[in-house]
Design a protein around this ligand. Structure first.
Ligand code: NAD
Length: 203
């Protein structure tokens, strides 16, 4: 399930690019090629969602984008908080600003007074101590952690105590959370080391 949702999100991102280039239809093998996934897997995923293409024209791009949205987007806007407005936090705020109307980063938090009360790429940065007030007030259910590793568990605990149910963690730290809270850790260093290892092997 987790992998299927990830692939749906990837398909939509690629379909939005395809739509921007002016194409109205796409074949499963074309989508598979840009996604780096087998065409049979793409067809299976789309069939599971009850979406079928025409053998002569392929899939209707705009309809498919809408269909994926219905399958994976929340019915109403889901709100996200980001903690740690440093280099990575700012880059995420810039990248995500206005990108998905149904999934919005509506508040950021930092413990550095120089960053507090500033609007960063459309998102206000609040002091960390305001988190217990702002997270429930804005009905935030997802947290992004971009603080140094040594602070990540403390931030995760605070978020969980505020009833956050999903955390995207960028800090290189294995977070402990209670059952019912979904955590995904994006470890760029490990990913880069893995790629570098296979790049050496391939030479
Ligand atoms: P950074 O030092 O630029 O930013 C960290 C921010 O967190 C700062 O604004 C700091 O004031 C804030 N902060 C620290 N402790 C806090 C706390 N307890 N509560 C609230 N705010 C706090 O660091 P960065 O480069 O943005 O990296 C952030 C995290 O992401 C690190 O764990 C790092 O290992 C990880 N990471 C960074 C990159 C990258 O490319 N920069 C890539 C992958 C992962």
């Amino acid at each position: 399930m987790e992998k299927t949702i990830g692939r749906m999100s990837l398909y939509r991102r690629l379909l939005l690019d395809i739509e921007k280039r002016g194409a109205s239809h796409v074949y499963s093998h074309e989508l598979a090629r840009v996604a780096g996934i087998g065409a049979a897997q793409v067809r299976r995923d789309l069939m599971t969602m009850g979406f079928s293409g025409s053998p002569s024209k392929g899939y209707h791009v705009a309809d498919l984008i809408g269909h994926i949205g219905t399958a994976i987007d929340p019915p109403e806007q889901q709100r996200v908080a980001l903690v740690g407005v440093g280099n990575l936090g700012r880059a995420i705020l810039a990248y995500f600003h206005g990108r998905r109307p149904k999934l919005a980063i509506v508040a950021a938090f930092d413990d550095d007074s120089a960053k507090v009360d500033k609007v960063v790429h459309g998102c206000r940065c609040h002091p960390l101590r305001a988190m217990s007030e702002i997270v429930p007030a804005l009905d935030i259910t997802v947290g992004i952690i971009t603080v140094p590793a040594e602070s990540a568990q403390d931030i995760a605990d605070r978020l969980v105590n505020l009833d956050i149910k999903g955390i995207l963690n960028f800090a290189p730290a294995a977070l402990r959370v209670p059952p019912g809270v979904f955590v995904d850790t994006m470890d760029i260093t490990t990913a880069l080391e893995k790629v570098a290892y296979f790049a050496r092997k391939g030479r």
